[in-house]
Write a protein that binds this ligand. Structure first.
Ligand code: NAG
Ligand code: NAG
Length: 440
């Protein structure tokens, strides 16, 4: 059994110093913000209550999905603009967040997960799907793994997580038996990340300890939603954001692993990732190449001085970047961008027929009302041509959904879904499971 516990003394000291620094920085930022742009500040205020609010929004996003004509017009406008014509800036902006034209898939609803979850993680090992922790609500986080069996389509097991394991925004990777759970956020609302890392042996269903991430100073690093993957016998961890949940980290570490154990004492520094950021990137290894897809800079963070670390939304930049490492890992290659900026997709991908399939996510905020906009498309990245296509629509737009592939079917479960076909803003946290046959 896992024995590691974060040292509370060190923890609270770090937290205290951090809170003071943080309060100063945020105070200054607010003043600058107020002085330079009142409208930006008021947007921030109105958004803070938006995340899990079930109230209808004040501003309704245009019904782009309902009208394919609008999408076509947007395409025209963008094209004309490229040729040097002036155009309506509102329409041009619209192209970022609008639904893309996509074929329908025949979705079939399957048994829901035992609990709804947001910002959870998942690992598929053959016919078993391990769905890990996450938020139930902003004030309640899970601390267990639910297991789905694709052979008989049932939720067949529950495994409790170690007491001090993070509850959301984990970095996860698996070798087909052991599941590595790196860092992540400990506790509800917008609490800080933890530095502890654990390994689940799926054969014995026991948790093992693992060396925490290194840090420049004497103590261990905290990382929130880092991109994590196993590659060439080493566990790679990169990016994510730092203690305050918001500041992007560019670090990239690796450590040799075998059978759930570290083979080295220390993590090794690898080539830093070109863009940092918490959350939400798909990190995939296939054919001895490592891909990092999408992501964002900035995220919700704790309201200064809030005793419960209440989440408040900050400026986020969602990106469409796709990077690849291969060969001697000397440089990141920049590949074709995703068809739209996309984040909250860390466990929303599967590998099928020499391609990476990605389900849902979040894209750039609405350019006018600044609301968070969810993604409802299924994207395919072709590993031979390194190009993208849009291969389908989900039954609804959803972020941090957990994807799997079994016997010709694309599955997804959990996440936070939209407010309806006409409104791509986030609303309900779900545990629903869906599947559709795909042909790619
Ligand atoms: C999954 O379901 C199949 C068919 O019912 C069963 O044979 C198998 O033991 C199940 N696996 C687990 C781990 O429950
Ligand atoms: C994968 O490719 C094979 C061979 O072309 C095809 O028969 C199969 O249907 C494809 N699978 C999916 C899920 O598209």
């Amino acid at each position: 059994m896992a024995k590691t516990q974060p040292q509370p003394k060190h923890n609270s000291c770090t937290k205290f110093v951090f809170m003071i620094t943080f309060a100063c920085v945020v105070g200054l930022a607010c003043i600058i913000n107020l002085a330079s742009s009142f409208s930006l500040y008021s947007t921030y205020l109105s958004i803070t209550s938006n995340w899990v609010s079930h109230k209808p929004p004040f501003v309704i996003v245009p019904k782009i999905r309902e009208d394919p004509e609008i999408s076509n017009k947007i395409g025209d406008v963008v094209l004309k603009k490229k040729k040097g014509h002036t155009s309506d800036s509102k329409r041009h902006l619209s192209a970022t967040f609008a639904d893309l034209p996509a074929p329908d898939l025949a979705w079939e609803q399957m048994p829901s997960a035992p609990v709804p979850r947001l910002d959870g993680s998942s690992i598929q090992i053959n016919n078993l799907f391990y769905v890990i922790s996450g938020y139930g609500t902003l004030d309640y986080v899970h601390s267990h793994v639910d297991v789905f069996n694709f052979t008989d389509n049932t939720w067949c097991a529950r495994i409790d997580a170690p007491k001090y394991m993070a509850n959301s925004h984990l970095g996860v990777a698996s070798d087909g038996r052991f599941i590595y759970v790196v860092s992540g956020q400990y506790g509800p609302q917008c609490r800080s990340p933890t530095f502890v890392t654990y390994v689940l042996d799926t054969h014995t269903r026991q948790w093992l300890d693992f060396p925490p991430l290194p840090a420049p100073r004497q103590h261990s690093d905290f990382r929130y939603a880092p991109a994590t993957q196993l590659w060439r016998g080493r566990l790679h961890v990169m990016g994510g954001s730092k203690e305050n949940r918001h500041t992007p980290g560019l670090e990239h570490w690796s450590i040799a692993v075998k059978h759930g154990k570290a083979l080295e004492k220390n993590w090794r520094h690898e080539i830093p990732i070109p863009r940092g950021g918490p959350h939400s990137r798909a990190c995939v290894v296939v054919d001895d190449r490592l891909f990092v897809i999408g992501g964002q800079e900035g995220d919700f963070m704790a309201k200064p001085g809030s005793p419960i670390f209440k989440c408040s939304r900050r400026n986020e930049v969602v990106y469409e970047d796709v990077y690849m490492l291969e060969g001697d890992m000397k440089e990141w290659k920049v590949l074709a961008p995703i068809p739209k900026p996309n984040s909250h997709i860390e466990c929303s991908w599967v590998i099928v027929n020499n391609s990476i399939i990605i389900t849902g996510g979040t894209t750039e905020k609405h350019p006018v009302n600044n609301r968070m906009i969810l993604v409802g498309e299924v994207f395919q990245f072709h590993l031979d041509s390194l190009t993208w296509s849009v291969i389908g629509k989900l039954p609804y737009r959803v972020k941090t959904t957990l994807a799997a592939f079994w016997d010709g079917y694309l599955y997804f479960t959990s996440g936070q879904r939209d407010r309806g076909p006409d409104n791509p803003q986030p609303m309900k946290v779900v545990g629903e499971m869906w599947r559709a046959k795909i042909n790619v």
